[in-house]
Design a protein around this ligand. Structure first.
Ligand SMILES: Nc1ncnc2c1ncn2[C@@H]1O[C@H](COP(=O)(O)OP(=O)(O)O)[C@@H](O)[C@H]1O
Ligand SMILES: [Mg+2]
Length: 457
């Protein structure tokens, strides 16, 4: 029967009392001497103390010690008490509490790891600030974007970590107003970029400890693409308007009476014809370019014999070259292996390069086309003895509508799209193209990889 702690203590005292009474009686009847009485009393007291120590004090000490350890975070130990009273119940409930705490800690740890994994794998930058505008958290994407170190940034003011006044002001505003905000900001350091920043107040239970969290998305590329698209539309409109205005002007003059003079009429109609040819070439080039830029373009590759297509293109330009007394020479060794590519597109590349070489070379000049086998590639060069391209223009000649001398290009029927088409085709074939130029001439060189299975053909 479990009588509890109180009954044990009472029983001990009653036991001691009985012993003392018995000793007193035995002493009064002279059955024992005073020394024996004292010895019996002392031994019974020690026994009682020992029993109290074992059954009460020791277990309580053990429980207190373990409870202290739990408070310090050590939850693995369990209290080992064997008793069948309240002390045992106390030990069991503390052990149960420790197990429960252990489970909760594991759950909190897992939750924290999951949140960390999400933040670490995000492509957008995330930064959190406390109410004093001090950094409390930032993710690796933000570290990389601003080239900062997470460890040394925590606890610092935002402006000390990211030196951007606009960003600092935006986060401070949200800290003050406690209203979410979204804004586009430009940063110059470490690299110029446009960021879309979403800032949300952090609402903690205790209003003093609230802060803000900001999500920074890099939209530089999107903005550049939008600008390129807008520039392209503006360029196309301009390119279309110029010949149309000219056609319109000449037709109006013809209608106003110039038609009566046969010679003038013929000359004007000749100009109108030239302008319409240019318009249709422009539309043609635009269509080609848009087809090439369409990401879905899948090349119908086949083994292409470069020697053969160089021969074909040279023939196509014989008349044009003769008209300017330009000599076209080809140097293509027999052993040039075929490349894997789309034949019509590769012909287009050579046509555009040879066309430029002839157009921008004065009379009696020379155009040389060479091809040679390189390691896993074929290198083709188109060299001329023409006007050359100024050094500052070299990086831009592959841009759409870029022309060194606009008037000259227009005069010879250029659209400004030839080299853009060339570059696209070469890139679609995983090749490379480069240009070198001096006042004595220009050389365009492209390399095309041989591709798998090409050499068997
Ligand atoms: N072989 C060359 N020699 C000199 N300038 C060249 C040559 N090839 C291209 N260019 C320059 O590059 C510009 C862009 O060439 P391209 O894209 O073919 O347009 P275009 O229709 O004007 O020929 C030309 O307008 C010209 O100024
Ligand atoms: Mg051209």
């Amino acid at each position: 029967m479990n009588l509890g702690i109180k009954s044990r203590i009472i029983a001990s005292y009653v036991g001691l009392l009985i012993v003392f009474i018995a000793v007193t009686v035995l002493l009064a009847e002279d059955f024992i001497s005073a020394y024996t009485a004292m010895a019996i009393a002392a031994v019974s007291t020690v026994i009682m103390f020992y029993l109290m120590l074992i059954r009460l004090i020791k277990p309580l000490e053990e429980i207190t010690h373990t409870a202290y350890e739990m408070a310090g975070g050590i939850l693995e130990r369990e209290i080992m008490v064997q008793a069948d009273d309240e002390i045992d119940e106390l030990a069991t409930s503390i052990n149960f509490m420790a197990r429960q705490l252990r489970r909760n800690m594991v759950m909190i740890g897992e939750e924290r790891n999951r949140a960390k994994a999400v933040l670490d794998s995000m492509a957008d930058g995330v930064i959190a600030l406390d109410s004093e505008s001090r950094v409390i958290m930032l993710n690796p994407a933000l570290e990389k974007k601003f080239k900062i170190d997470r460890g040394s940034s925590i606890g610092k003011k935002l402006i000390e970590v990211i030196r951007n006044y606009e960003l600092d002001q935006l986060l401070r505003q949200v800290l003050k107003s406690k209203e979410p905000q979204c804004r586009e900001i430009k940063v110059l350091m470490p690299n110029p970029a446009v960021l879309k920043v979403h800032v949300t107040p952090l609402k903690a239970g205790d209003s003093n400890s609230s802060g803000v969290v900001a999500l920074l998305r890099d939209i530089t590329e999107r903005r550049q693409l939008e600008k390129m698209r807008a520039d392209f539309v503006a360029n196309v409109s301009h390119e279309l308007r110029t010949p149309l205005t000219s056609i319109n002007g000449f037709l109006e003059t013809l209608l106003d009476g110039a038609m009566d003079d046969k010679e003038t009429a013929r000359r004007f109609l000749g100009i109108v014809k030239k302008e319409t040819d240019r318009l249709s070439k422009l539309v043609d080039d635009l269509l080609k370019l848009s087809k090439l830029e369409n990401n879905k373009t899948i090349l119908e590759k086949q083994p292409v014999n470069m020697a053969k297509i160089i021969g074909q293109v040279t023939e196509m330009f014989t008349a044009q070259a003769e008209a300017k007394d330009i000599e076209i020479t080809t140097k293509v060794p027999e052993n040039v292996p075929p490349v894997m590519g789309e034949k019509d597109l590769l012909i287009q590349v050579l046509v555009n390069l040879v066309d430029n070489a002839i157009k921008y070379t004065p009379e009696k000049g020379k155009v040389t086309i060479t091809a040679e086998a390189e390691q896993q590639a074929v290198k083709v060069s188109v060299r001329d003895t023409g006007t050359g391209i100024p050094q500052e223009s070299l990086p831009r000649v592959f841009e759409r509508f870029y022309r060194v001398d606009k008037a000259r290009s227009r005069e010879v029927g250029g659209t400004g799209l030839g080299l853009a088409i060339v570059k696209h085709v070469i890139e679609l074939h995983d090749g490379e193209i480069e240009v070198e130029s001096s006042p004595g001439g220009t050389v365009f060189t492209f390399k095309l990889p041989l591709g798998q299975g090409c050499c068997a053909c």
